[in-house]
Design a protein around this ligand. Structure first.
Ligand SMILES: *Cc1c(COP(=O)(O)O)cnc(C)c1O
Length: 379
């Protein structure tokens, strides 16, 4: 066994931390010294810095990425029975909050190349009750935002961009305008879960918007519906980013582009090595969006995926299936009127995708070892 086979992880948070340990430790210590644990200056500074990074008017930090989605739906004033369209192929949080709010989830299939919302499928499910669309920038690449915004604007529908996996990705419109993921729709949401591209050391999340009135509502919803302290104008939540997390994120935000570049470099090496393997389809890179490779996801064709994963495991390489079950088949979200044949791409992806380790600290030995091991399986 070579050195490289030691300790390969899907995400290596420890090595990343060790490289920034001094800055992170002193940032945490200074919050402790200040005892401004909640709503402290670090949170406000982080929000300002993220606003300037994203080029968006308002960043509203909150407790986590799932809350961010719920807060968006609450602030938009959606009512039980309103329909919210999202994708069948994503992490469940996106539709969980639709259900929690007694809204009606409407699932659509995804595009095979990008794994993102299929715009033709979206057009077919729009009804007068459709009040919001939640595209997910899955695995780090932007959904087809130009087409989605056009449909949304024609029908007066809100767009909430789930940017939990896409922070830092850039989308280019056909007129040449470039915008950061999460700043195109009515509201963008993200997560700072430790393994996300911009992760803190616990739970964290944020919302983005260019609409100042909406930002005011979002700020109230995250903090018990208060516009003025101890005056509760509406029912809100307790969902705040704490100061220690904000201080850590302030250390990591200036590194985000470098982190995303490191992920892209790993993905580029994988792509080069795997595109010659007939049973593997490498990720498609959309010319309209940069890819920040939250996950590196291959499609297997005509091979036993579980055997591949098993083989890699015996060589100490973790590999994961994101996601094994379409949302329309999850017990919590089953709708009897939905048929598997309505989601042919999602059905196929759930049984064929496999994600390989990708992170900011992967060295060449590890990368080459993974590449050679995958090749060995297909020999
Ligand atoms: C991680 C994730 C979320 C939820 O974020 P949490 O901070 O874990 O609540 C939502 N949507 C997507 C697509 C995610 O990947």
């Amino acid at each position: 066994m070579t050195m490289a086979s030691n300790n390969i992880q899907m995400v290596d948070l420890k090595s990343q931390y060790l490289n920034i340990k001094e800055d992170v430790d002193s940032a945490i210590q200074s919050v402790i010294d200040s005892t401004a644990f909640i709503k402290g200056p670090e949170v406000k500074k982080f929000a300002k810095e993220l606003e300037s990074y994203l080029d968006v008017k308002h960043v509203i930090p909150c407790g986590n990425g799932t809350d961010a989605l719920q807060i968006a739906l609450m602030a938009l004033g959606l009512k039980p029975g309103d329909e919210v369209v999202s994708v069948d192929f994503t992490f469940a949080a996106t539709v969980e909050v639709i259900g929690l709010m007694s809204l009606t989830p409407v699932f659509v299939d995804v595009d095979r190349g990008t794994f993102n919302m299929d715009v033709e499928a979206l057009k077919k499910v729009i009804t007068p009750k459709t009040k919001a669309i939640i595209p997910v920038h899955l695995f780090g690449q932007c959904a087809n935002m130009e087409a989605i915004m056009k449909i949304a604007n024609e029908h007066n529908i809100f767009v909430i961009e789930d940017t939990a996996q896409g922070i830092g990705a850039e989308y280019t419109f056909s007129n040449g305008d470039v915008k950061k993921a999460g700043t195109i729709g009515t509201i963008g949401t993200t997560s700072f879960f430790p393994s996300k591209n911009l992760g803190c050391f616990g739970d964290g999340g944020a919302l983005f918007t260019n609409d100042s009135d909406l930002a005011g509502r979002l700020n109230a919803v995250v903090n018990h519906g208060m516009y003025k302290r101890y005056y509760h104008d509406e029912i809100g939540l307790n969902s705040r980013l704490d100061s220690i997390q904000a201080a850590i994120l302030r250390v990591k935000l200036p590194l985000l582009d470098g982190y995303n570049k490191a992920r892209l470099d790993v993905a580029t090496a994988y792509n080069k090595a795997f595109k010659v393997i007939e049973q593997l389809e490498t990720p498609f890179i959309d010319e309209k969006s940069t890819h920040v490779f939250h996950q590196y996801t291959l499609k297997t064709i005509g091979v036993n995926r579980d055997k591949l994963i098993e083989f890699l495991k015996t060589k100490n390489i973790p590999a994961m299936v994101y996601y094994p079950v379409p949302l329309h088949l999850q017990k919590a979200y089953i709708q009897p009127n939905l048929k598997d044949s309505d989601f042919p791409i999602t059905m196929d992806l759930c049984s064929s995708v496999v994600s390989l380790p990708i992170h900011t600290e992967m060295d060449n030995d590890q990368l080459n070892y993974i590449i050679e091991t995958v090749k060995e399986f297909f020999k």
